[in-house]
Design a protein around this ligand. Structure first.
Ligand SMILES: C[S@@+](CC[C@H](N)C(=O)[O-])C[C@H]1O[C@@H](n2cnc3c(N)ncnc32)[C@H](O)[C@@H]1O
Length: 209
């Protein structure tokens, strides 16, 4: 998925992946990470997700990373948030009281940027990427995150020959390969659903780096 694909989507104003409610899995399973509540949470490929507001409401500091400036502008406007410009060598973006929103390529995020990150929330990030980019995404996370970081991952599986992505189908076996070096991979919830008439499975996983 090249950058233009996402920029065009944000320009078109049709962002079907965006949820107007806080994600239910996040609210239900976040406590399974066993955090205190004030830790910094990385939200890769964050879009204008309201889930960042929920995490912030729990007391977390949020580090969102998003390619589209328009997405971040809409996030601030629609939620009436005030911010200051953020100064960074590789990103532009916005600094809020308890939130940093980096605008640029996730693959430019460094270990130094993630020094204080204790958790990751991935909803519609891994599944937004085609197979080769998923490998790069998982490898990059494992390069930049401190050991012990915990991630809540919301995943989707279906027969990829019946539907095109994104969201792509990511089999659990692939997740286990991508994160094979992590100390823990646990499925905490799964349910069956229909996606455009195709049988699918949604899974919530807890991964510890
Ligand atoms: C499917 S959307 C999910 C957004 C958000 N996680 C949510 O739940 O609404 C994927 C997002 O990733 C962004 N994106 C894609 N590639 C990216 C990259 N390399 N770096 C940063 N953001 C990226 C897109 O602009 C898009 O907003």
């Amino acid at each position: 998925m090249q950058a233009d694909f996402w920029h065009d989507m944000w320009e078109s104003g049709v962002v079907g992946f965006h949820q107007t409610e806080i994600n239910g899995f996040l609210q239900q399973y976040w406590q399974r990470l066993g955090l205190h509540g004030d830790e910094t949470v990385l939200v890769p490929l964050c879009g204008k997700s309201l889930d960042m507001l929920w995490l912030s409401g729990q007391g977390h500091k949020v580090l969102g990373v998003e390619l589209s400036q328009k997405a971040l502008d809409e996030f601030l406007d629609e939620n009436k948030l005030t911010s200051a410009p953020l100064v960074h060598a590789h990103f532009c973006g916005y600094q809020l009281a308890a939130m940093a929103l980096l605008c640029g390529d996730f693959f430019h995020l460094s270990a130094a940027d993630c020094e204080v990150v204790k958790a990751v929330y991935d909803r519609a990030a891994l599944v937004a990427l085609p197979p080769e980019m998923r490998k790069q995404y998982a490898a990059h996370l494992q390069t930049i995150l401190p050991a012990g970081t915990k991630m809540l991952l919301v995943n989707l599986e279906y027969d990829q020959s019946l539907l095109n992505g994104p969201p792509f189908s990511v089999p659990e076996s692939e997740i286990r390969q991508l994160f094979a070096n992590c100390s823990r991979i646990e499925v905490v919830f799964e349910q069956s659903l229909q996606r455009k008439g195709v049988a699918a499975q949604e899974k919530v996983l807890l991964i510890e780096f």
